[in-house]
Design a protein around this ligand. Sequence first.
Ligand code: GDP
Length: 446
Amino acid sequence: MNNDKIVAIATGNGYSGIGIIRISGYNLDSILSGLIGKTKLKPRMAHYSNIYNSGNEVIDAGLLFYFKSPHSFTGEDIIEIQGHGSPVVLSMILKRSIELGCRMAMPGEFSRRAYLNGKMDLIQAESINDLIHAESEASAKSALKSLQGTFSRHITEISEQLINLRMFVESTLDFPEEDIEFIANAKIKDKLGVLQTSILQLLDNTRQGVILNNGANIAIIGRPNVGKSSLMNALANEDIAIVTEIAGTTRDIVKEKIIVNGIALNLVDTAGIRETTDIVEQIGIKRAINAMQSADLCLIILDSTIGLTTKDEHILHNLPENMPRLYVHNKIDLVDMTIGSKNIEGYTHIYLSAKLGVGLDMLRNSILDSIGFLQNNHDVFIARTRHLESMKQAVKHINMAFDNWHNLEILAEELRYAHNDLMQITGGFSADDLLGEIFSKFCIGK
Ligand code: GDP
């Protein structure tokens, strides 16, 4: 393990009242003595002191905190200096610390050390970065939940069920003649069923957590001129997409992030999908199809003066069967209709006018409902795509285990795979390259 002393400015760029420098490593006495002329600071207490450069000139004065290993963020010894928040002053302290034997920390290196020293698991370390970058109150709250271990606890609970099953199945492998009976008597199938239910529930929560982190991707699709751009503008309350009366105006994808009830929605206005020979338009249409296939929800926009026609088939044909969708009947001002919503064959249809800006609140609520965020239901931990992918793999293996419960060898193997997938999430068996990938996306000083 790399135990050299690292230093970084922990506060943001720019000018502020206070700026914080953090140093982590072991045997920091020489650094302390070089910076403030004394050592042996009482841990966790504020110490006011001058800070000196190599020529013994005062470069700043501020508060210092000393944290003794293992009772610190990284688990190592830490010095935290609260100086004046001037980039010049902070870089002088940084430079002095480097002269005294520290090196600049890599992005995320403090959190990485905290993880490697067992101060937190991988989910918690990642959620620090998610908390710092949270764009809404809901995502900040849920990042804090993950940081405090909510997500990790769910994973641990499921892992424990898995470990119990694995122990039983693997020990039974030693008694080949009796195995089926053993397994039947131990109600393994029932236990797998319980495991399946809990992991599917956790998969759902993880999906919600990813939406809180990244926002929900909402593709706005429909034939040209139905009012997709107008609707996107109306939802975003500003003119982002180009609105014209000429069909095929939106040739590329226009994206806009809006926040509805604390949830970020990444709206993607797609090129009107239709048969065309125009090459540029064809590229736009291809992108539109990709956007709608990878979305969390598709808004299918229809022109109320025309309704759903065979021409929409080309669009619907490209929509994955289980893709959540809302049918939005736009331009009701041109027909004798009022705003409202209806359930037709299991799908919600909303009637509105983008141009007049009526029915938009109903649409916003239906969007939140469709992606699983009913109002005020923000009691979710934050998660990342990486977690979701591992959860999906784990679910796949648990399903395989369930289907093969009578075949001990397959059962043992599938349970082992599922367990590995879950451990990847919390960092139980994470490879170095995965850690590099995760922590390199942090900011320096974290
Ligand atoms: P897109 O090609 O689907 O993006 O459609 P646009 O948003 O560019 O709109 C096409 C035309 O329909 C424009 O002239 C809009 O002003 C008009 N339009 C859009 N929404 C409405 C609406 O709710 N009512 C009426 N009357 N016209 C609308």
